[in-house]
Design a protein around this ligand. Structure first.
Ligand code: SAM
Ligand code: DTB
Ligand code: SF4
Length: 332
């Protein structure tokens, strides 16, 4: 098994990193060790920082669907691909509140609103700020993912009561250009800085299954773990292969590789929430149980992600009950 203190202090050149807490070589070794050693180490790190029998539930709502100008090769909401997703205008406060109240009644503690924008206009940020304030008003944590954000926009959202901003790095800097050409890795890091500087919690992770190598997965995790302050929440998505997107025919990912990525995220960012995100239906119950053992301690809860299906709420409640996992209790 790897010596954590030794590997964590190994340093290599990495221009985009804010720190060099983790080297890519150390992260590759971590991910590639025998599965049982990796899971044992991840579970130990998990227990040192969290109750291993508790997870956090967030419900997602697509508040503005489709028609996005970006070319993210995985995304069914890009206007460039024929995926059958219809473009819709931004939802009203009333419609969002109805959905948030349902999510709260079903047991979610956080409500995450996603918009298929490249970058919101100031007017759109003002509209989303109203949504944030309304959801906050019913006693839920709030999260939004709106694309690239300027510092002043992050500050407006913070003033409205925003708790988390989701903005993923998606993959390593080296693989990134094979997946997305319309915004740079640096753009993404700048948005993360704006969010952090505004005092909003950072939710940032990536996708497994974009045709990346193990080294790319390690590279993504190093980017996250080496941020000056690692993200409070780290979503690990398995690619949902959607017909019409450039990655629709990408090879299926080995479920153990998803779990290895989760375990490595847990070890490299021991005090962050690691979210088992898109791909839970594909993982199945046994795969999800392994992911929880590997240190995943939050999920998206609700029958729909943004445009693709997620397990039913009663299926999740049943699985969690059978595993003896309790869900975190929300604010008042
Ligand atoms: N438009 C905003 C942006 O890109 O920042 C917010 C919404 S975007 C859909 C949020 C994230 O969802 C993406 O960064 C990506 O990591 C994830 N995602 C999108 N499509 C996916 C897919 N087919 N499979 C897995 N994850 C996906
Ligand atoms: C994240 O990392 N995963 C969520 C959330 N952040 C916004 C989105 C997953 C989207 C999966 C494809 C879809 O449903 O459109
Ligand atoms: Fe647009 Fe976000 Fe989809 Fe990229 S991931 S195409 S920015 S909605």
């Amino acid at each position: 098994m790897l010596d954590l203190d030794r590997t964590a202090s190994q340093v290599s050149e990495a221009p985009l990193h804010h720190t060099t807490r983790w080297s890519i070589d150390a992260a590759v070794s971590l991910i590639q060790q025998p599965f049982n050693d990796l899971l044992f180490q991840a579970q130990a790190a998990h227990r040192a920082h969290f109750n291993p029998n508790e997870i956090q539930l967030s419900t997602l709502l697509n508040i503005k669907s489709g028609g996005c100008p970006e070319d993210c090769g995985y995304c069914p909401q890009s206007a460039r691909y024929d995926t059958g997703v219809t473009a819709t205008p931004l939802m009203s406060v009333d419609a969002v509140l109805t959905s948030a109240l349902q999510a709260k009644a079903a047991g979610a503690t956080r409500f995450c609103m996603g918009a298929a924008w490249r970058a919101p206009k100031d007017r759109e940020v003002a509209q989303v700020a109203e949504l944030v304030a309304a959801v906050k008003g019913i006693g839920m944590e709030t999260c939004v993912t709106l694309g690239m954000l300027k510092p002043s926009q992050a500050e407006s959202l913070k003033s409205a009561g925003l708790d988390y901003y989701n903005h993923n790095l998606d993959t390593s800097p080296e693989h990134y250009g094979d997946v997305i050409s319309t915004r740079t890795y640096r753009d993404r890091l700048d948005t993360l800085d704006a969010v952090r500087d505004a005092g909003i919690n950072v939710c940032c992770g990536g996708i497994v299954g974009l045709g990346e190598s193990v080294r790319d997965r390690a590279g993504l995790l190093c980017q996250l773990a080496n941020l000056a302050t690692p993200p409070e929440s780290v979503p690990i998505n398995q690619l949902v292969r959607v017909e019409g997107t450039p990655l629709a025919n990408e090879a299926a990912v080995d479920c153990f590789d998803v779990i290895r990525t989760i375990a490595a995220a847990r070890i490299m960012m021991p005090s962050s929430f690691v979210r088992l995100s898109a791909g839970r239906k594909e993982l199945g119950e046994a795969g999800q149980a392994l992911a929880f053992f590997a240190g995943a301690n939050s999920i998206f809860y609700g029958e729909q992600l943004l445009t693709t299906p997620n397990p039913q709420q009663n299926e999740d409640q049943d699985l969690l009950a059978r595993l003896g996992i309790k869900t975190m209790v929300g604010q008042a």
